[in-house]
Each structure stands twice: as C-alpha cells, then as structure tokens.
Design a binder for this molecule. Structure first.
Ligand code: A5A
Ligand code: ZN
Length: 478
C-alpha cells in the first residue's frame, strides 16, 4: 500500500474525518471513475464480511437465502403504480444487447419486489406454502440525484440485504414486521450501535407499502442516518402480481407481504459511531484483526523476543482470536499508529523487560495500558475484550443521549436540530408537519417512537397545541 501522508482530521470535523478514514483505514477506495460507485479494499471487505455474517446468522434462524436476477423486464417493473412513481427517476435501463436494441427494456433492480413477486406468484399455491421468508444479499442500482457519499448514498449499493415475506393474513404480516424490527434491533445491538425506531409519516413510506418502520441512528455531527427499514406491503403487490393461495375452504385469497432491507450504511454507522481521532474502533466480533502483537526488539535479545511473540500468537490463535504479529522493520510507533487506525481492539507489546518480568504489556484501543501476566494471557485478553466492548457501548449510548433533545418550544427547534434529533409532540396533521420542517429546516422522521431514552407519553402539538399529540422525531438526515 502507498505511504500515507498527513494525519487524520479530528472527528469533530466529521465530514473531513469520514472521507479521510475510508482510505487511511483501507475501507473504501473512492477513486473509481464512476460517480456513486466505490471499491471495497480487502480490509474493509473483511469488516463487511463479518457484519453480514451476523445479519445472515440472525435471518437464518427462520429465513432462507436465495438469489434472484439483477435484470427486471420493463413490463414487470411497470406493474405497481405507486412503486413505479417512487422509483422511476432512479432506474438505470439496459436498452441494448451489443448494438442490437432490446425488444424489452431491462431495469437494473433498484430493489427486487418486481423481480421476486412474479416468481412468488408461481411458488404460492395453497395455504400450506405459506409463510415464505426469503432474503438475498445483492447489489442494487439507484440513480441518486442527492449528493453521493461512500457507504451512505450510493448509485450501486453493493451490500443490499433484502428480505421478502408472504403471509396468509394482514395480521400475520404485521407480526412479521415486528419480528423483523426485533432482528434489526439485535443486529445493531451486536454492533453496539444505538438506534431510534419509528414509524415514517405516510408521505414518506416506501412506494407501495401500507406503512414503513425505520431504524435510524445519530451520526457524530448530529445528523440522522436511516440504517434499515421494514415495510408492511399489505396486499398491494399480491393484487398486482397475482399472488394467491387456496385457503382451507378451497377459496382463492390474496396474500399479504412484507419486505425489509439493510445496506452498507450499517458499516458507515459502525465506523462513525465508534471511531475517534486516531481512527477506527471496531467491535471485536467484526474486527478483521482482534489482537495485534508488536515485538519491541532489542538487538541482543531479538531471537528470544520473536520466539515469545510467536508463542503468544499461537496461544491466542488457538483460543479463537484473530491475531496478527507485526514483524515489519519499522518503528514501533508507526506500527501503533497503523493498527490504531484499523481499529484493532487490543495491542500486546513484548520487549526485553516484559520477558524478564514474565508479562506482556497490553494497550486497549479505548484507552488503558496494563501489564498482563504471561501465564494467564488468554483469560486476561478475554477480560480486556470485555472491558473494551463495555467502553464502546458506554461511549455510543452517551453519544445518543447527548444528541437527543425533548423540545417543547418552537423557538428552540432550529438550534436543537443543528446539534441532533428533536423529540416534539405532533398532532399528525400534514400542515403542522410542514410547519415543523419550515421552522427547523429538518425533516419529520417518525412517530410511535420505540425507545426508552425519552418519555413517549402524549402532549400538546408543538405547532397547533392540540392535546394528545404523539412524540415525533425531527432531524436533519443524510
Ligand atoms: N425493498 C425494501 C426493503 C427497500 O428497498 N427499502 S428501502 O428503499 O428503504 O431501502 C432499504 C435500506 O437501504 C434503507 O433503509 C437504507 O438504509 C438503504 N439505502 C437506500 N438507498 C440507499 C443508497 N442509495 N445507498 C446506500 N444505502 C441505501
Ligand atoms: Zn398540530
């Protein structure tokens, strides 16, 4: 890799920090010559692989993974009116095979409802075929016109996990929505990313859905990032694509459906939530390297030190850790900098004095230096990992608490949303929402907020004063 010049901007300058850390920590190479398309470096892909292993693990409990084609014929894509309206400006079309114009234009999937549901119409025959719970992890294409950003707003989403379920009744689909929300909550809890879950206002729901529940987090600069959505599709698509089952009485019935998705925005949130001025801080579960060993060489005892490092590496590897010994011929300081940037949870230094004392010096990425007895290194590293995960958890929760404000006065709204998310009372009327957005310069994110961070009892609408209004999140989104 190239020699790295300069230093990482402070995290307080979030946008500078974010752009810089992507190449300094070797996550994404942004130099690919098409706007909105980026390259995963091997190190970044190692993180992605582990994050998506968690997602797969959670879904594989009761879903099945499948794979549908990238290309969607125009006539299928154009079937569901709301869905078309929502996506037509964002679709890439394949119009030629070589120099020959195609008879049927083909859309690059912006999402796969119209690829999957014609097949579901063939798969579903009777009530015995239900429910269907299938997911895939694929690339999708959206011609985004808002400012594109690596991992956040892509034109090729490379890591689109979409689940599509089919049920006999509206209620069963609703209960699947709840299951999906719980899975997403669990996923983000494994990554130590606190989330705000709420119901999107009607005008902001997924095109073709009955309703949409969104998962948001708050980025370091106070803006929100939507990192997952769960949609109740009702019977809109089953009527369009003719997905029917024969019930126990021999009657044909339309199915009810849900879909839910997560993209590499989950990785953007991971990087942003936990990183600091020195670089990444990765939860051990997704860190490509969990322990780095840095031998601090003194010429006279070089062999002895390297041998000790090797034994250490073997022992920790046997215990199941992903360990790397950095034997490069560069200054220890440069090695510390390098691995701190890449978010390695625990660093072990071993030099002549440590050998004499039968210890290893440990430095935890969240702070703290401590000599560990050589003989109990596996148990001691495990203790360090636990400490580190608690520190990540603590820092992330503090961040959310410090960026979530209960706002009762219109006058305070604009200032509050410049720093984070405002929780206000809103009566549900569009005019009041418009007014909230006008005053604040932010968006109404959602209602029916599922969090214990704030009191969610009803109150007076911040605009019209109507009593019994629901708590609503307002924020500036990415
Ligand atoms: N079929 C459903 C699941 C769907 O497409 N939902 S969605 O449009 O809301 O997308 C799912 C998730 O993908 C969003 O919640 C968001 O986190 C992510 N996403 C959407 N557009 C994206 C883009 N251009 N770049 C990166 N992630 C994106
Ligand atoms: Zn109102």
């Amino acid at each position: 890799m190239e020699e790295q010049e300069g230093t990482l901007p402070q995290k307080a300058d979030f946008s500078g920090w974010y752009n810089d850390i992507l190449w300094r920590a070797e996550i994404m190479d942004v130099r690919y010559p098409v706007k909105g398309l980026y390259v995963w470096f091997p190190f970044g892909f190692g993180i992605r692989k582990r994050v998506y292993a968690i997602l797969r693990e959670l879904l594989d409990r009761d879903h099945e993974e499948a794979l549908f084609p990238l290309l969607i014929p125009e006539h299928e894509f154009m079937k569901e009116a709301e869905h078309i309206k929502g996506f037509e400006d964002e679709v890439y079309w394949v119009t030629h095979g070589g120099t020959t114009p195609l008879d049927v234009k083909l859309a690059l999937r912006p999402t796969s409802e119209t690829a999957i549901y014609p097949m579901y119409a063939l798969w579903v025959r009777s009530h015995a075929d239900l429910p269907i719970k299938v997911y895939q992890v694929v690339n999708t294409f959206r011609y985004e016109t808002k400012h594109t950003r690596p991992l956040i707003r892509l034109r090729e989403i490379t890591s689109f996990k979409e689940a599509h379920t089919v049920h006999a009744t509206w209620d069963e689909a609703e209960s699947q929505v709840e299951t999906a929300i719980e899975r997403y909550r669990e996923f983000y809890s494994r990554l130590n990313i606190p989330v705000l879950i709420s119901k999107r206002p009607d005008w902001d729901k997924f095109p073709g859905a009955d309703y949409t529940i969104a998962v948001d987090t708050i980025m370091p600069d106070g803006r929100t990032l939507q990192i997952g959505t769960v949609h109740h599709l009702g019977d809109h698509f089953s009527k369009t694509f003719d997905i029917q089952y024969e019930d126990t009485k021999g009657q044909q019935q339309y199915c009810y459906q849900t879909c839910y998705g997560i993209s590499e925005r989950s990785i953007a949130a991971l990087i942003s939530m936990h990183g600091d001025d020195k670089g990444l801080m990765l939860p051990p579960e997704v860190a490509p390297v969990q322990v780095v060993i840095v031998p601090v060489i003194m010429k006279k005892r070089e062999e002895e030190i390297l041998q000790a490092a090797k034994t250490l590496e073997e022992e920790l590897t046997r215990a199941g850790y992903r360990v790397k010994t950095d034997n490069r011929d560069i200054r220890p300081g440069a090695k510390y900098y390098y691995w701190e940037m890449r978010g390695v949870p625990v660093r072990l230094e071993i030099g002549p004095r440590d050998l004499d004392n039968d210890v290893v010096m440990s430095v935890t990425r969240s702070g703290g230096k401590e000599p560990l007895p050589r003989a109990e290194i596996v148990a001691e590293v495990s203790r360090k990992m636990t400490e580190y995960v608690s520190a990540l958890h603590e820092r992330a929760n503090t961040h959310i608490k410090e960026h979530l404000f209960i706002v009762k006065e219109q006058e305070a709204l604009k200032e509050r949303v410049s720093k984070g998310v405002a929780a206000v009372h809103w009566c549900g009327n569009r005019e009041c929402a418009d007014r909230i957005e006008e005053i604040s310069g932010a968006g109404v994110l959602g209602t029916e907020v599922r969090t214990d961070l704030i009191d969610s009892s009803d109150g007076d609408c911040i605009i019209c004063g109507k009593p019994g209004s629901v708590v609503t999140l307002v924020g500036i989104s990415y």
